[in-house]
Design a protein around this ligand. Structure first.
Ligand code: C2E
Ligand code: MG
Ligand code: MG
Length: 302
C-alpha cells in the first residue's frame, strides 16, 4: 500500500494516468530513511533557518519584497539546500510541519521589519502537498494573528505543477487564502503546463518567470522572446511580472526595456541571513544600471 501511494503521488504530480512504482523516487530507501529521521529531528531541534533574497521594483528601484528560502544546518553533513530535502519532506508527512516552521520564521521576520518601521512583504514557497491540505488557509490565518502581521505582508509562491496536482482543490484553497488578503504568486512560470484558461481563473497577482529562461536570455533569442511574451501576458492579465535568476546588468537592462515589473537574482543580491539583508537594504541605492527610460518619471514621490 505504501508503494502504491508513492507511485500514485508521482502520477498525480506528473499528470500521468499511470505510473509504476520506482524505488529511486521512494523516500523509504535506507539512505533516504536516515535523512528522513534527521529531518524529523531538524524540525524539533531548530536546524532549519531562512535566507532572504530581495525583490526589486524596476520602475522605482526600491526593494519591494523578499523571498524566504529555507536551509538546513545539518550537524554532520553541514549546509543542505532545499532541493535535497524538500522532495523528501514532500513524499512523507513532513512537508506540513516544515511549511509551518517556515511560515513561523518568515512571519516573525515580517513582524520585525514592520516594527522597525520598514515593512516588507515576505514570500514563502509552498509545495504541491501543501495545496492538498484543506486546512492550510486556517493555519495561515492563525499564524498571521499569532505574529500580528497584516495579511498583505505575506505572499505565497506556488508552482504550476503544484496547482496541476489537483487543480480544483488548489483553486479553492488559493481563493480562500486570497480572500484573507494573502498575495499569491505563480513560481517558475513557463516550466509547467498551466492552461491559460486556468490561469485567468486563479486568484494570483504575480507571475514569476522561470529562471531557466531569464538566465539564458542573452545567449538564446527564443528564451528572450519567451520572457518578453510572459511579461506581456502578465500585463494583459493585470498581473505583475517578476524575473528570477537575474545574474547580470545587461539582462537587468533588457528586462527593464521589456517593462518587467520586478527583478530578483544574484546580480542584485544573493539570498542573505536577516541581519546581512537589513544591512544590504540600508545601503541599497536603487538599481544602478537602469537606462533612463520614461518610466523613471514615476520615481518621483507622489
Ligand atoms: P524558487 O522558489 O524558484 O527559488 C529561487 C531559487 O533560485 C533559489 O534557490 C535561489 O537561491 C535561486 N536563485 C536566486 N537568484 C538566482 C540567480 O541569479 N541565479 C541562480 N542560478 N539561482 C538563483 P534555492 O534557495 O536553492 O531554492 C530552490 C527551490 O527550493 C526554490 O525554488 C523552491 O522551489 C524550493 N524552496 C526553497 N525554500 C522553500 C520552502 O521554504 N518551502 C518549500 N516548499 N520549497 C522551498
Ligand atoms: Mg519561489
Ligand atoms: Mg522560482
Amino acid at each position: 500500500m505504501q508503494r502504491a501511494d508513492v507511485a500514485m503521488y508521482v502520477a498525480k504530480q506528473r499528470n500521468l494516468g499511470v505510473f509504476a512504482y520506482d524505488p529511486a523516487l521512494d523516500s523509504h530507501s535506507p539512505e533516504r530513511l536516515s535523512l528522513l529521521g534527521d529531518l524529523r529531528r531538524a524540525l524539533t531541534e531548530d536546524e532549519l533557518f531562512l535566507l532572504y533574497q530581495p525583490k526589486v521594483s524596476l520602475s522605482t528601484g526600491e526593494v519591494c519584497g523578499a523571498e524566504a528560502l529555507v536551509r538546513w544546518n545539518h550537524p554532520s553533513r553541514g549546509l543542505i539546500l532545499p532541493d535535497a530535502f524538500i522532495p523528501l519532506a514532500e513524499n512523507t508527512g513532513l512537508i506540513g510541519p516544515l511549511t509551518r516552521r517556515v511560515l513561523n520564521l518568515a512571519l516573525a521576520q515580517a513582524r520585525q521589519w514592520a516594527e522597525q518601521g520598514s515593512p516588507l512583504q515576505v514570500a514563502v514557497n509552498l509545495s504541491a502537498r501543501n495545496l492538498l491540505d484543506d486546512r492550510l488557509d486556517a493555519l495561515v490565518a492563525e499564524l498571521l494573528t499569532a505574529h500580528g502581521v497584516a495579511a498583505h505582508l505575506l505572499k505565497l509562491e506556488v508552482t504550476e505543477s503544484a496547482i496541476m496536482t489537483d487543480p480544483v482543490r488548489a483553486k479553492n484553497l488559493l481563493q480562500r487564502l486570497h480572500a484573507q488578503g494573502v498575495a499569491i504568486s505563480i513560481d517558475d512560470f513557463g516550466a509547467g503546463y498551466t492552461s491559460l484558461g486556468q490561469l485567468k481563473n486563479l486568484p494570483v497577482t504575480e507571475l514569476k518567470i522561470d529562471r531557466s529562461f531569464v538566465m539564458t536570455m542573452e545567449s538564446d533569442t527564443s528564451n528572450a522572446l519567451i520572457v518578453r511574451s510572459v511579461i506581456e501576458l502578465s500585463h494583459n492579465l493585470g498581473l505583475s511580472a517578476v524575473a528570477e535568476g537575474v545574474e547580470g546588468a545587461d539582462i537587468l537592462a533588457t528586462l527593464s526595456g521589456y517593462s518587467c515589473d520586478i527583478a530578483q537574482g544574484y546580480h542584485l543580491s544573493r539570498p542573505l541571513p536577516p541581519d546581512v539583508f537589513d544591512h544590504w537594504r540600508a545601503h541599497w541605492a536603487g538599481v544602478p544600471s537602469l537606462p533612463p527610460a520614461p518610466a523613471v518619471e514615476s520615481l518621483e514621490p507622489a
